[in-house]
Design a binder for this molecule. Structure first.
Ligand code: KET
Length: 463
């Protein structure tokens, strides 16, 4: 039975296990089978159904033993929010951009690209190749690695279009599980909650490295270096390219350089998750620096890109997996194996989202327009940080809230505990993940005072 459907109901939005070396797959398997046994004990005996009436027999589904699964720790917040009737409700759960008016945003440049596509009568709806739209793949690799990057120039990158960031991580994980000698992946503590599930189900063993220090609300750089320094040679390491989710804490460029040197010296294989390129600083190039440094040193790496946030294409599910290799011969063979991963999984990817992205990336004017709209989104998030910080200070809310303006990207990792979060949801209709993460992109000038009231009440009443 797959852990995906039966993980414990209280599992966190972001994985942060107690031991940095715990093997998540086996621990969750044990929890799973305990849970299944417990529930099975409460079932009636199969003999009961034999004497039952035809109506009862119809009710006895062959799936009657299936247990109710928990809501997703992140997407479930939106489900709860949608059920709330309060006019004051605010959704700061999922990382999805909202305007000052609290509305989802379709970028102007995306509307233009779509118009262009619709008007082009030569376009058809044929299947894409297994690896997706060639033009999209080429442009995506350039976007993250840099057009002048050595692996791009030397034709030793293979890129496949996947179902957004999640699908790219999953395809990369499955490829590694089949073809890489070291099947352990290290992910930061904490990290995006789905990482553990994606990589476990892909067939990798998931372990953790220290990342965030709650005491300083900053990077536990020493702990990170120690844990990566003692990881087995060759292990895969998941790195957030920028705007670390959920902490908003990124290494400095100097620290990235040290991480790079350590990882290369121990032959650790980097797997970058790039879900927020352009959202951290407002600059696509600045936010790609971590990846580009590794790409420039001649070594190999994987990178999963998502266009959900930076192009606002959430529901179009458009992303890419690129693997940088030592030679173009290896790249060709790797691509042939990626096709064997993809074909039985979903055959080939959808055409519309990738066509929008390719239309924008290949046209200089549209590209420039995109960078302006992207910067405006990043700037609005940064301005929300300042407004919330100023508002808490003005109210005299106890605590040092400077991390709100220091953290980077879509989220603030507030430090509020699960009880305080539950209180804010119950009393103030503010929805956020139980680990205290708030999506700054869901906030607006109108809702800052309400959030301030809620945080103030939570920290003064539930210290
Ligand atoms: N990686 C990270 C770090 C990430 O935060 C997300 C999404 C993804 C990958 C996947 O995004 P995709 O839509 O598959 O391209 N995070 C937000 C949404 C979610 O949980 O699905 C979130 O953390 O709210």
């Amino acid at each position: 039975m797959s852990p995906q459907f039966t993980s414990p109901p209280n599992s966190d939005a972001h994985s942060s296990p107690s031991s940095s070396s715990s093997l998540i797959s086996s621990a969750s398997d044990r929890r799973l089978s305990a849970l299944v046994r417990h529930l099975a004990a409460e079932e009636s005996s199969p003999m009961d159904s034999l004497s039952a009436s035809p109506t009862a027999a119809r009710a006895d589904s062959v799936f009657a033993h299936v247990v109710q699964g928990p809501e997703d720790p992140i997407l479930g917040v939106t489900v709860a929010y949608n059920k709330d009737q309060s006019p004051n409700k605010v959704n700061l759960g999922v990382g999805a951009y909202r305007t000052e008016e609290g509305k989802p945003l379709v970028l102007n440049v995306v509307r233009k690209a779509e118009q262009k596509l619709v008007n082009d009568m030569s376009r058809v709806k044929e299947y894409l190749p297994i690896v997706g739209l060639a033009e999209f793949n080429k442009l995506s690799a350039r976007l993250i690695l840099g057009a002048d990057s050595p692996p791009v120039q030397e034709n030793r990158v293979t890129t496949v279009q996947c179902l957004s960031g999640t699908g790219s991580l999953r395809v990369g994980g499955e490829f590694l599980a089949r073809h890489y000698q070291e099947r352990t992946i290290y992910i930061p503590t904490p990290t995006w909650g789905n990482h553990t599930k994606v990589f476990t189900l892909a067939g990798l063993s998931v372990k953790n490295y220290r990342y965030y220090d709650p005491a300083t609300r900053g990077l536990n750089f020493q702990g990170l270096l120690e844990d990566l320094g003692s990881a087995p040679a060759g292990a895969v390491v998941l790195l957030h390219a920028c705007a670390h989710n959920p902490t908003g804490v990124d290494p400095t460029l100097e620290q990235w350089e040290q991480i790079r040197q350590l990882m290369r010296s121990r032959a650790l294989l980097p797997f970058f998750d790039s879900a927020y390129q352009g959202f951290a600083s407002g600059s696509l190039d600045a936010d790609a620096q971590s990846v580009r440094r590794f790409a420039a040193d001649g070594g190999e790496l994987l990178v999963a890109q998502s266009y959900a946030k930076n192009m606002g294409l959430y529901g179009e599910r458009v992303g890419a997996l690129s693997i940088v290799l030592k030679t173009s011969e290896v790249a060709t063979k790797v691509e042939s194996q990626l096709k064997l991963v993809i074909r039985p999984m979903y055959s080939n990817p959808p055409i519309h989202g990738a066509s929008i992205v390719a239309t924008i990336l290949k046209d200089r004017d549209l590209f420039n327009e995109w960078t302006i709209e992207l910067k405006a989104m990043a700037d609005r998030i940064i301005s929300m940080r300042h407004q919330l910080f100023d508002s808490l200070r003005a109210k005299g809310t106890p605590g040092d809230w400077s991390h709100i303006i220091k953290q980077i990207g879509m989220f603030t990792f507030t430090g509020l505990n699960p009880e305080q979060v539950a209180f804010m949801t119950k009393e103030y209709h503010i929805y956020m993940t139980s680990d205290g993460r708030i999506s700054m992109a869901g906030l607006s000038s109108r809702t800052v005072p309400h959030l301030t009231e809620a945080i103030h009440a939570a920290v003064t009443r539930l210290a």
